[in-house]
Design a binder for this molecule. Structure first.
Ligand code: GAL
Length: 700
């Protein structure tokens, strides 16, 4: 088939497209600032402490709708003007929010019909925060009114350096099932399918006799007797993402009338929010930003952090991005909220910068004394500035100010992982072969293996241009469209190395099983067919050995669990085989196709198993140097940012997550300590330490 042009995301045609996406001239540092929770005397102390901490930028007004518009149509900007004035005098920029993530109580009282209705009919009331029905005419009108009022009020203010629309669209979920949303869903479906016949075909409504004979009969996927129509669910996820995005663009377009040259963003939750197809969203941003909170109970939480950063950078098309929120220490909403260890926040913050962030902001500036988030950490803790936390905050501010030259540089990767929210949504629907085969965890297993081996990766949409990479891995591409399959085929034909993990290319973008089953249109590329998926019972393991080795445990082996597939090889060679389990026979295969190679792993492997199996089959770069004693810690995170001005300059960030020091032969200047490092005298990077080494020539 003819392959459509790649989905590559050109920068949006905004006036700011010519300028660097992140405003300012330094690495942004700051937080959400909620002055409305405090007496004006505290504002003055806040601004003084912000200067002490090196704060450059604060996000203001995120939760202020009720204070800015105390009753419908009556606005009070006095306190906002005063706060912006104080910040301006101190040289601190404002990332001004539209407060539409928390409609006022008067709005809920006046428009009960605008409340969001969940799939089981539960109505979401006010009294907390979160969007109303995104299709509600009253909510749309009120959001436009407050956005217009704020933007026109501050129009042209030079210290409004950026706009922060709403807050974390989709958290809590924006999927609404009220009568107005049903109608909006019909409109969206008509645009997608054109006719009811086409919808009936695409959704496979002949199954269980779900056939629709009029649009009014088509419902959002509400609570029902048992499993719902999966294509309806998938379309509803797409529709909800589009609906929320429409709310963003509506507010953005109002702001642009008053601030044509100021970047507008909204804070994503890149790896963490199944609600939004951020590939589509990213195209509408002037600058991409994300929020990332450590899953503190995970001893290897820096791996999630890195994955979030790499996905965010990829969404930004390799342009610099902003960490809009993270926690200085503990959060308050996990079951057990761990505080960060001394030095951990510095390491976390710099790890984001290493992976392309040109801004590091926290939630929040000053710890709340009232309200639901009073146990959340902040830059200024309850105990005040005379604390270890605030001293570390100030030191980090100082260090970030030493990294100005890193701004605008880019991270380069030769390896990419496929990531598609359509696959995320579809894979995690009901009635799959195993609920334990989940998209995010599958991505994490592969990412974790690559993180430990020191390989920098991008994420890429399967319909994007894959030819930029040497190796493309599909950790969780349960859904792969015909276009995505064509693009993978072309990639391998032209010499690329491709690897897919289990439950791969099972359905197309209508959630319809590919003809002939998995891997559908890629069976020739992979040289095999999946005859049957045969999950392994929980608790049971399957031993894999290298093809041709002895079938006793003296030979190198790996353990798989939970998943196996019965493969029929049609050209592929078996690299690893299972002797026991539900599918004795080939488990890992490789196949030469065109000028390239396609590897298939049909079993569920942990990161160390992936390393054993895939290392010999894929030639992957390692971006981490070997320590001078020959030991290379797999917990030494190493990422390089490269100048884009042709100067050949680069900056390599080293974060030692190990509990022992690391001895490295490095040349260049450590921008944090100012020391000159020479390869002839080893640099000691202490446990938990960070270096940012500037070099003038391209890294070897
Ligand atoms: C984020 C949210 C912030 C704050 C933070 C706490 O999801 O955007 O407003 O609630 O969580 O960790």
């Amino acid at each position: 088939m003819a392959i459509p042009p790649p989905l590559s995301t050109p920068r949006p045609a905004t006036p700011s497209a010519a300028a660097p996406p992140v405003p300012g001239t330094c690495i942004l540092y700051g937080a959400d600032y909620n002055p409305e929770q405090w007496d004006p005397t505290v504002w003055r102390e806040d601004v003084r402490l912000m200067q002490e901490a090196g704060v450059t930028t604060v996000s203001l007004g995120i939760w202020s709708w009720a204070l800015l518009e105390p009753e419908p149509g009556r606005f009070d900007f006095s306190w906002l003007d005063e706060v912006i004035g104080l910040l301006t005098d101190a040289g601190i920029d404002v990332d001004l929010a539209t407060p539409t993530a928390a409609p006022p109580s008067w709005f809920y009282a006046a428009h009960p019909e605008a409340r969001l209705v969940e799939a089981d009919g539960t109505i979401r009331n006010g009294g907390s925060r979160g969007i109303c029905c995104p299709h509600s005419p009253a909510y749309i009108e009120a959001s436009a009114r407050i956005t217009e009022a704020i933007a026109s009020h501050v129009a042209g203010h030079p210290h409004v350096a950026m706009w922060h629309v709403h807050n974390e669209y989709g958290a809590p979920g924006g999927d609404c099932h009220c009568a107005v949303s049903q109608e909006a869903f019909h409109t969206w479906l008509r645009a997608r399918y054109g006719s009811l016949d086409e919808l009936n075909r695409a959704w496979g409504t002949a199954f269980w006799g779900q056939v629709y004979s009029s649009w009014e009969q088509v419902g959002t996927p509400r609570h029902s007797g048992t499993a719902l129509n999966p294509t309806c669910e998938l379309d509803f996820a797409r529709f909800t993402s589009d609906s929320l995005l429409a709310r963003f663009t509506a507010e953005r377009d109002i702001i642009r009338q008053y601030f044509p040259d100021t970047p507008v963003t909204t804070n994503f939750m890149a790896t963490n929010c199944p609600a939004n197809d951020y590939w589509r969203w990213a195209r509408e941003m002037d600058v991409v930003s994300t929020d990332y909170y450590l899953e503190a109970a995970d001893p290897d939480n820096q791996i999630w952090l890195a994955m979030e950063s790499d996905l965010t950078r990829s969404l930004a098309g390799s342009q610099p991005w902003i960490l809009m929120e993270h926690s200085v220490s503990a959060v308050s909403w996990q079951p057990h909220n761990w505080a960060k260890m001394p030095g951990e926040e510095r390491r976390n913050a710099l790890a984001h910068v290493a992976r392309g962030a040109d801004g590091v902001l926290a939630f929040q500036w000053r710890a709340s004394r009232r309200g639901a988030e009073k146990f959340h950490s902040a830059m200024v803790p309850h105990a005040g500035p005379n604390t270890r936390v605030f001293r570390e905050v100030c030191k980090l501010g100082q260090e970030l100010s030493q990294l100005d030259q890193v701004r605008g540089s880019e991270v380069r990767a030769r390896v990419a992982l496929l990531w598609d929210w359509n696959s995320f949504w579809a894979q995690d629907l009901a009635w799959r072969p195993s609920i334990l085969m989940r998209h995010r965890e599958q991505m994490r297993r592969v990412y974790e293996w690559l993180w430990h081996r020191g390989t920098t990766v991008d994420f890429v949409h399967p319909e994007d241009d894959l030819s930029r990479y040497d190796t493309v891995i599909a950790p969780a591409s349960y859904l792969l469209s015909q276009t995505g399959a064509a693009r993978v085929t072309a990639f391998v034909e032209h010499g690329g190395t491709f690897a897919a993990l289990p439950f791969f290319a099972v359905v197309d973008d209508e959630e319809c099983v590919h003809e002939g089953g998995a891997p559908g249109p890629l069976h020739k590329v992979l040289g095999l067919r999946v005859e049957e998926i045969r999950p392994v019972r929980e608790g049971e393991t399957v031993l894999l050995r290298r093809t041709g080795s002895q079938s006793d445990t003296s030979a190198p082996h790996v353990i798989s669990r939970l998943w196996s597939e019965d493969l029929r090889l049609e050209g592929a060679g078996a690299e690893w085989v299972a002797d026991d389990g539900p599918t004795p026979g080939p488990a890992v295969t490789s196949h030469h196709y065109g000028k390239g190679k396609a590897v298939y792993v049909s079993v569920m492997l942990e990161p160390d198993g992936l390393a054993t199996v895939l290392e010999p089959l894929l030639e992957l770069p390692v971006d981490r140097p070997t320590a001078v004693d020959g030991q290379s810690s797999d917990r030494l995170e190493t990422v390089t940012r490269h100048a884009t001005d042709g100067s050949g300059r680069s900056w390599t960030f080293f974060m030692n997550h190990d509990d022992t020091p690391c001895h490295l032969a490095l040349s260049g200047v450590d921008l944090l300590s100012g020391e000159y490092l020479t390869a002839s005298s080893p640099t000691v990077l202490p446990a938990g330490g960070v270096l940012v080494v500037a070099t003038t020539a391209p890294a070897a």
